[in-house]
Design a protein around this ligand. Structure first.
Ligand code: NAD
Length: 322
């Protein structure tokens, strides 16, 4: 246990509860990440819901729980505030944190529920009043970091296209899935190429609660597609990167590399062969995010790997597509 004081507002799934999902890589919540970080101390938690406060208190042996965020900040003066409430509450909580001189916040995705509020949050980060990370945690995940390095080093030659698929909520409108889960997808594509995705056209309707739509995009000169669908009884988050001499498939529970090699099926032609590199038992996604936050807390000039500006860019793309 360290001496950097962390407080969490929103003690629901991503704040705390998902840590007890036996199948997930740990840590996978804000409370879990704080608990495992030797620089940090879980100082307090806040939730409007009494039952969530009780669960949190018992689960993490943290007796400082509050119903009101202002009171929590006043009485516990955290160094890092984790904002794990719904997106429509983020701006108000960020403003309250600034009022109480919190130096650093980690804000859940999507950064806000509309562009105007996302812009205000990014503006507060840029002003230096409070450093704000967006929890687009794939930026901290070893498999995506490896993929970015392969793109930059041209290990498989030039990256020529990215096709992605996102099937999340079986009964939600596609535009809702795009905002709530597509924010991760758009952000990770921006991260991989250190650039900003631009929408070209949409095939299908994002207003529907059934079926599939395709968003055709460009990133620098790279063609990118996003297939977004409902009606499936399973989750899928997957990117398929095609290189001049290879391929990477990466997504939730998925990591595969393929290299170009003499074809076992045809003479004088190459095929793709799966390499020995596959799967990551531990990606470190949540713990690495908190390590970055701690570094930013210790060095206020440091630029977070996933900042509020990155969070704003993802929302900006999504709203342009809707
Ligand atoms: N990074 C990820 O992979 C990931 C995963 C799940 C959720 N999320 C994001 O995290 C946020 C929360 O999602 P969740 O699934 O944990 O929701 P949840 O409903 O399980 O938890 C949210 C909690 O916030 C509390 N709350 C709401 N307004 C509050 C306020 N003003 N003050 C104090 N407490 C308040 C609610 O009572 C609830 O307990 C959302 O923005 C969501 O998109 C991110």
């Amino acid at each position: 246990m360290g001496n950097i004081r962390n407080a969490i507002v929103g003690l629901g799934r991503i704040g705390s509860l998902l840590e007890d999902d036996k199948l997930r890589e740990k840590p996978c919540t804000h409370a879990g990440a704080v608990d495992l970080n030797s620089d940090c101390l879980l100082a307090a938690g806040c939730d409007l819901n009494k039952k969530k406060r009780e669960l949190f208190k018992n689960r993490w042996k943290c007796t400082s729980v509050y119903e009101n965020i202002g009171r929590m900040l006043q009485e516990t003066s955290p160094d890092i505030l984790h904002i794990a409430t719904p997106p429509e509450t983020h701006l108000e909580i960020v403003k309250t944190a600034v009022k109480h001189n919190v130096p650093l916040s980690i804000c859940e995705k999507p950064l806000a529920h509309n562009l105007r509020e996302a812009e205000q949050i990014a503006g507060i980060h840029s002003s230096g009043k409070m450093t704000i990370l967006t929890n687009h945690e794939r930026r901290y995940s070893r498999d995506y970091i490896r993929t970015k390095s392969i793109i930059e080093k041209k290990t498989f030659g030039d990256l020529l296209s990215i096709n992605s698929k996102l099937y999340m909520e079986p009964e939600a409108k596609l535009k809702s899935t795009l905002l709530h889960d597509g924010t991760h997808l758009v952000d990770i594509v921006n991260y991989l190429l250190s650039s900003k995705l631009e929408k070209k056209s949409v095939f299908g309707s994002l207003e529907t609660k059934t079926g599939t739509a395709f968003i055709f995009c460009r990133l620098k000169s790279l063609p990118v597609t996003i297939e977004i669908g409902t009606g499936r009884d399973h989750l899928l988050f997957e990117l398929d990167l095609s290189f001049s001499s290879g391929r990477i498939r990466i997504g939730n529970g998925l990591y595969e590399e393929y290299a170009s090699d003499k074809s076992p099926y045809y003479e004088n032609i190459n095929s793709l062969r799966k390499t020995n590199i596959s799967g990551f038992n531990s990606t470190g996604y949540f713990s690495n995010m908190l390590i970055d936050a701690v570094k930013c807390f210790k060095n206020r000039a440091r630029v977070p790997v996933s900042s509020a500006i990155d969070g704003y860019e993802a929302i900006s793309f999504i709203l342009s597509a809707i």
